[in-house]
Design a protein around this ligand. Sequence first.
Ligand SMILES: N[C@@H]1[C@@H](O)[C@H](O)[C@@H](COP(=O)(O)O)O[C@@H]1O
Length: 251
Amino acid sequence: MKLIQVKDYQEMSQKAADIVIEKVKTNPQIQLGLATGGTPEGLYDRLIADHKENHTSYEQVKSFNLDEYIGLSSTNPNSYHYYMAHTLFNHIDINQEDTNLPNGTAENIQEECVRYDEMIDKMGGIDLQILGIGQNGHIGFNEPGTSFASKTQVVDLAQSTIEANARYFNSIDEVPTQAVTMGIASIMKSKEIILLVSGVAKSEALKQLIDGDITEEFPASILKNHQNVTIIADQDALSKVHVQRGSASRD
Ligand SMILES: N[C@@H]1[C@@H](O)[C@H](O)[C@@H](COP(=O)(O)O)O[C@@H]1O
């Protein structure tokens, strides 16, 4: 894993945006894997600003999101469909029909999981996946204990995840207890991954990722087995890590 150390959230977002914009310009048909949560909001803001200023075009780009809550329709402001529309898609020139998220209200959710993986495979896979990390090491909504062989699946959210995400809801009781998420194996198929990590709340997780072993008890640890991962982390997130410049490996 390559590590880019940055000062703060702003610099992390700018660095990530610079990379994404460059890749979109080089490959206008790039297939992007996208994440939700607080972490990528700054990145999306910068993609929008650049689109408005420099006219970087997403007309031929296709996108695939990691996850969606079970039971929330796309018009629910807490759904990830809504988040993506309002945080990014409505503000750039990507075609609505080229944006994909798992459908958390599908009648047959198991079929939906299979459909999602097959669709991504059929379209040639994800070129660049943007990832965040949960405080417990989850990626997508794959909580500790998830099989590294997992494909897109329905998962029960950990209590800590429900608590962390409750800030977006009126009350913790409104947070769905289940989600549909790309599995670990689905995520690992991406040709390239950028992991964004910011803030002291993620410092323990980042330390565990960099210093810890590869174990299903810490889902993000599988990223060490991927050939092309770049972590962009800020000083607060790195506060518990002793790293050599540019390298996130222990050796
Ligand atoms: N399912 C999402 C993840 O994709 C995200 O990376 C993570 C961290 O969220 P945040 O960026 O808000 O800290 O948890 C959420 O529950």
